[in-house]
Design a protein around this ligand. Structure first.
Ligand code: NAD
Length: 535
């Protein structure tokens, strides 16, 4: 059974949406339609034929080869190389910065219409090749078809949305015009940004950080995750085809701790747009706060970090839909979403019934090759698999294993782990507090709604959360007191849609930014006020 199916909206004329009209989210495919399934299988075969190619660093438009390489492997079949990449080292920091600074001189003066036009063209190209891009995600990070669709659709949405936003920002006006003056306000670019994305939404988050940067007039040094550089290289191909000038985005796969650290620390880096773990985010924040010799600004940091997201199931909830929502949010993309439900906090009055139904539902999830559109694919790499299995061993001590709890070796050589649920996990235990980032759900028993809310809020994080209840009073209290950046009522806590659900968390989940929202481009710009005396 497929898990984490995204709600299917029919593909309509919006797939060639007018760039002038209102923003419409990119529709998802319905794979129950055999024609769509057939096309997806064909895309997978086309991409299979392109696996193992080599990709260059791209600095100022120059293709560069290095001795050290990064090999991107298929998590479902680690013997299969998805792409071989050059590895940027410290010696590439200066050339990348020089190229980005040079491009900034002209890119910052291009019209907003030109910059938005680039994003619109990229969105159009991506629509034409959507299934091929989805297929790359199947191979590079083990997403099933629905998850891959959600990732590429969000990429298209980011291009469309931020292009419109940039055009809107360009029309900003001062609230007051003084007599005898012409008073204006404009949002100007910052400079060169270090863009450092994770592997889990390897197209959408990577592309979102890049296009928000460049549509605002900045230039970028992009260091993709070493687990997913191929989809980033494919996205750069689209930018180039759409007419991006050389040096506007410099493509530099490399190790976080060497190349990544060095671009964060560089005196000419104006801002860092990062999404990833709490540990690396805090490290970047600290490095960025230290003034480098020759640095004349305070570096801006946009840091989107981890979560320990909870779904509260109240005594009067519709148990069927709560079970479905929890199962989808916990195990979609193997639980490797920052928004994934890793805690279900359930009222003691329905606890046993909920567990019984949840066990039945979770045991229907198929684990196997995502190329065959299994419910769950493999986790990202061997290190991650080991960490998740350690958490599982801890869970066996702290709670009661309800289902799963082992590798799914029958699925193949990949890093497959069975969807795992622990019941009776105590509040404040390791499993209840720490981000696992894998297919492991902790179920916690609550004495009532107040207790559930107290448990839900009692972590360092504050990213997403959901509550299932029929009580208006409890909904209102959750809206006020459930301290998360993205709260969902009577639906799962994953699947944020650009525009409708601006995304980003509180506390250790990040710097309170909201991607896909109306404030986002402020983070990539600075406001300049000009008062001109008339006459
Ligand atoms: P990660 O922190 O390990 O890596 C993220 C990026 O940082 C990678 O490109 C990595 O190479 C780079 N990096 C590592 N060390 C660095 C250093 N010292 N200096 C500069 N860059 C460095 O995270 P990950 O495993 O790729 O992604 C999973 C994490 O991302 C989870 O914690 C998840 O919750 C979080 N995440 C958050 C959001 C959000 O919107 N809040 C979205 C997706 C993922």
């Amino acid at each position: 059974m497929a898990i984490a199916e995204v709600p299917v909206r029919p593909r309509t004329s919006s797939s060639s949406q007018s760039h002038q009209g209102p923003f419409i989210n990119e529709p998802f495919y319905d794979f129950r339609n055999e024609e769509n399934a057939r096309k997806m299988r064909a895309a997978i075969e086309r991409v299979r034929g392109q696996l193992g190619r080599e990709y260059d660093l791209i600095i100022g438009g120059q293709r560069i080869k290095t001795t050290d390489k990064i090999k991107s492997l298929n998590p479902s079949k680690p013997s299969q190389i998805v792409g071989t990449h050059q590895k940027a080292g410290k010696e590439h920091v200066e050339p990348a910065m020089k190229a980005a600074l040079k491009a900034f001189d002209s890119w910052k003066n291009t019209s907003v219409e030109e910059r938005a036009g680039l994003l619109f063209r990229v969105a159009d190209l991506l629509r034409q090749r959507k299934m091929d891009y989805m297929a790359w995600l199947v191979f590079e990070v083990s997403k099933n078809w629905g998850e891959a669709d959600a990732d590429i659709s969000e990429t298209i949405d980011f291009c469309e949305f931020y292009a419109r936003e940039a055009l809107r920002f360009a029309k900003a006006e001062t609230p007051v015009q003084l007599p005898g003056e012409h008073d204006s306000l404009s949002y100007i670019p910052l400079g060169v940004g270090a863009v450092i994305p994770p592997w889990n939404f390897p197209c959408a988050i990577m592309a979102g950080l890049v296009v928000a940067s460049i549509v605002s007039g900045n230039t970028v040094i992009l260091k993709p995750s070493s687990d997913s550089p191929t989809i980033a290289a494919k996205f750069i191909e689209l930018l180039e085809e759409a007419g991006m000038p050389e040096g506007v985005v410099n493509f530099c796969p490399g190790a976080g701790a060497s190349f990544g650290d060095a671009i964060v620390a560089h005196a000419k880096t104006r801002y860092i747009a990062f999404t990833g773990s709490r540990e690396v985010g805090l490290h970047i924040n600290k490095t960025a706060a230290t003034q480098a010799p020759g640095q004349i600004w305070i570096k801006r940091t946009i840091l989107e970090m981890g979560g320990k997201d909870a779904i509260i199931v109240d005594a009067d909830a519709d148990i069927d839909s709560a079970v479905e929502g929890v199962a989808q949010a916990a195990f979609g993309f193997q639980g490797q979403k920052c928004s994934a439900c890793s805690r279900a906090i359930v009222d003691e009055r329905i606890y046993d019934k909920f567990l019984e139904q949840l066990k039945t539902r979770v045991e229907k999830i198929t684990v196997g090759d995502p190329a065959e559109n299994s419910g769950m694919g493999a986790v990202i790499n061997e290190g991650s698999m080991k960490t998740i299995l350690e958490f599982i061993e801890q869970g066996k001590k702290d709670g009661r294993l309800l289902t799963g709890g082992t590798r799914a070796t029958e699925a193949g050589e990949g890093y497959y782990i069975r969807p795992t649920v622990f019941a009776d996990i105590p509040a404040k235990s390791k499993l209840e507090q720490e981000e696992i980032f894998g297919p492991v759900l902790a179920v916690i028993k609550a004495r009532g709604f107040d207790h559930a809310l107290e448990i839900a809020n009692d972590t360092e994080f504050g990213l997403t959360g959901a509550i299932y209840t029929k009580s208006r009073d409890k909904i209102d209290r959750a809206k006020r007191d459930f301290h998360v950046g993205n709260l969902y009522i009577n639906r799962k806590c994953t699947g944020a849609m650009v525009g409708a659900h601006p995304f980003g968390g509180f506390n250790m989940s990040g710097t309170d930014s909201k991607s896909g929202g109306p404030d986002y481009l402020y983070l990539f710009t600075q406001a300049k006020s000009v008062a001109e005396k008339i006459g």
